[in-house]
Design a binder for this molecule. Structure first.
Ligand code: ZN
Length: 322
């Protein structure tokens, strides 16, 4: 049962020393698949966009994002999109040079990007998503060449635009992963931290079933892993049956509370999810213990204690479930 690190951006340090420290802390917590810590980016979408030509960051407009769940001031696409150069080369190479663990890197997904930006050039959401997917693909291929083992696309927009996921969301993702031989993952999520998300979740009822509409399409996709929140969430875990054949990153750590999970609680969440994953797949470590979402807003010592619980819990689950 490998444990995977999310994105402890709370450990913000732009120095090489700080970045190496983030790797060491993850290793010490027993995390098997580590990340660079995402310390070099301020935002999971705009961190990528900073290196994209064709976006005017001074032309900010207010739009309703995630189907108008909340308003955000976003930059505008004003001409054809092109990468100015490598986006994450230095972080990926530094991390690769300083850990022997498997290395994971996250990028924003095409649908989430186009939902978080204004368009004054393409005039067509799908066309713009495909243009971003091409750029993501170029960076993803380069990350793979840098020695990254797992590339994850964050697509919180997937459970908002469930119809579009099948219509073009998966196609855009496929374009983003084209030619990759490393492991690919998608993180879908109900969002954390801000009041608009908490209010929205309160309207979704006792059981969250949005994934029911998109899991069958994801099961048919070429993406290897799906990352979802399981700890303290209202996602029905029996929906995991719809992800047949996929590896599942089981979110066993709640990132919306400072309460530290015990390793036993981590095991219990993984065991509950494992009920809905074929037994032979559990044995093949097709379940990966992770966190519900990124830990960016969390205090460092809390994030660290939660990662320790995750590492210990994953180790215990490996013994008891496989
Ligand atoms: Zn998330």
């Amino acid at each position: 049962m490998p444990a995977v690190c999310p994105s402890p951006r709370g450990w913000r340090s732009r120095t090489d020393y700080g970045r190496r420290g983030a790797l060491k802390l993850q290793e010490d917590c027993g995390i098997d698949i580590v990340t660079d810590g995402e310390q070099s980016r301020q935002h999971f979408v705009y961190g990528f966009l900073e290196l994209v030509e064709g976006i005017d960051f001074s032309r900010r407009v207010e739009i309703g994002i995630r189907a108008d769940r909340y308003k955000a001031m976003v930059p505008t696409v004003t001409s054809a999109l092109r990468l100015k150069g490598r986006v994450h080369a230095s972080e990926a190479r530094l991390a690769r040079a300083h850990t022997k663990c498997k290395l994971k890197f996250t990028l924003p997904g095409p649908m989430t990007i186009v939902d978080t930006i204004a368009d004054a050039h393409y005039g067509d959401r799908i066309e713009m998503a495909m243009a971003f997917a091409d750029l993501l693909n170029a960076e993803a291929r380069a990350l793979e060449a840098d020695g990254v083992d797992v590339i994850q696309f964050d697509e919180p927009a997937f459970n908002v635009y469930t119809r579009e996921v099948e219509e073009w969301g998966i196609a855009a993702l496929h374009r983003a992963v084209e030619g990759l031989t490393c492991t690919t993952a998608i993180h879908i999520c109900y969002g954390y931290g801000i009041k608009a998300n908490i209010d929205w979740k309160a309207t979704l009822g006792g059981q969250w079933r949005q994934y029911q509409e998109i899991f069958p399409a994801l099961a048919k996709s070429r993406i290897d892993q799906v990352s979802i929140e399981c700890r303290n969430s209202r996602v029905r875990l029996d929906l995991l049956k719809l992800l047949e054949g996929k590896d599942v990153q089981v979110g066993a750590i709640d990132v919306a509370t400072d309460a530290i999970e015990t390793p036993e609680q981590v095991v219990a969440t993984i065991a509950e999810a494992a009920r809905y994953v074929a037994k032979e797949n559990v044995a093949k470590e097709k379940i990966i213990a992770g966190t519900n979402c990124g830990m960016a807003p969390m205090r460092r010592e809390i994030a660290l204690a939660k990662l320790e619980a995750l590492g210990k819990g994953a180790q215990m689950a490996r013994k008891s479930l496989t």
